[in-house]
Design a protein around this ligand. Structure first.
Ligand code: 5GP
Ligand code: MN
Length: 339
């Protein structure tokens, strides 16, 4: 995003507009934090602003300021279509291509609104008139902070904006421990705390509100953990039956894939989660170092993301998906055994 772009965006936002903010399907902390952070910012300038998520978001984010104003496309499709079709500006946050929004893909494609993309995923699409894309950023929330900064409005950040942006930076950096965490990230976090973000409470609300069943499901996942030491790989599977047994709710498996990476000498961790309703296996992939799970997922599992964190899916059965995975792995032996 050039300084000229910023000047033009500032001019655009000088008068109240109809604005829609969208994010990816199965929104996570960064998707929710960035959209709601931007929402609170735009409200300050009296824009008519609506956040639309493709579907429901996890319970552990249902305390975030503004979350009760969010429209969910899958259950409020008509009103969402009207808002998208009449929007002057659509901000697309924390995703790179319209297909990441699931059933919203077509209406977004056809919309005449001006699009502004803010995102840190690889390979951003070319649909946006203004794109702020940077794969070195820890999170889209960090980018929204920079965006507000570029607009000269750090002084406008209040406790609601600060709280929302804090959430996404915290979740996408694994609580400030992944390599994408820089000194700039910490400086922004410090500023957000100064603006009123209650760091201890936010951490508690996101991470320490587990149900007993969620912990039991984690126990089941860890029991299912398999290790292939010679390929420095660990993987977990969860069948629909197992999810049902522990009364699975959206978000319950968030972060579980990371346990594989906590094993000594393991640099590649994957979780396969059966979704009978959608008829797919949802896959999450994580790595350490140079092994690109973005490339791996793009090549074999219709997905993508970042070097060290990506998603994907398979249309095979759970067993066959795992068999496919195991059969592919040896081809990556050199990449996995780097030192
Ligand atoms: P998760 O495993 O948490 O679903 O996804 C990990 C990261 O990869 C997140 O940043 C997510 O947005 C991204 N991601 C997940 N699925 C896809 C996909 O199909 N395509 C792309 N480009 N990114 C994905
Ligand atoms: Mn993100």
């Amino acid at each position: 995003m050039t300084p000229q772009d910023i000047i033009k965006i500032k001019q655009l936002l000088a008068a109240p507009k109809q604005i829609v903010i969208v994010t990816h399907k199965n929104p996570d902390g960064d998707a929710m934090g960035s959209t709601l952070g931007l929402y609170h910012y735009l409200k300050k300038y009296n824009h008519q602003t609506t956040v639309i998520t493709p579907n429901e978001f996890p319970d552990f984010l249902k305390w975030m300021p503004g979350e009760n104003s969010i429209l969910k496309y899958d259950s409020e499709t008509n009103v969402c279509n009207e808002l998208i079709n009449s929007a002057d500006i659509i901000f697309t946050l924390d995703f790179n291509e319209f297909h990441r929004t699931g059933h919203m893909e077509k209406v977004l494609e056809h919309s005449k609104a001006l699009k502004i993309l803010i995102d840190h995923h690889q390979a951003p699409g070319s649909y946006a008139q203004y794109a702020f894309s940077d794969v070195t950023m820890s999170s889209t929330c960090e980018m929204v902070y920079h965006f507000i900064d570029m607009l000269g409005d750090i002084g406008v950040i209040d406790v609601d904006i600060a709280t929302c942006l804090y959430v996404g930076i915290m979740t996408d950096t694994g609580s400030f421990r992944f390599p994408c965490t820089t000194s700039a990230t910490h400086k922004i976090i410090a500023n957000l705390i100064d603006k009123g973000a209650n760091n201890a409470k936010i951490h508690n609300d996101v991470y320490d509100t587990n149900s007993y069943e969620r912990l039991q499901l984690l126990g089941c996942a860890l029991t299912n953990l398999k290790v292939i030491p010679e390929l420095r790989t660990a993987y977990i599977s969860l069948s629909q039956e197992e999810l049902n047994k522990y009364n699975y709710k959206k978000g319950d498996t968030e972060g579980v894939v990371n346990y594989g990476l906590s094993l000594e000498n393991i640099i590649f961790a994957v979780i396969f989660i059966e979704d009978k309703q959608e008829g797919i296996i949802k896959i999450s992939l994580r790595s350490k170092g140079n092994f690109s799970v973005n490339d791996f997922s793009r090549a074999h599992f219709h997905g993508g993301g970042h070097i060290n964190a990506a998603g994907g899916r398979s249309d095979l059965s759970l067993d066959d998906t795992i068999k496919k995975f195991i059969s592919i792995l040896p081809a990556y032996s050199n990449a996995l055994n780097y030192e």
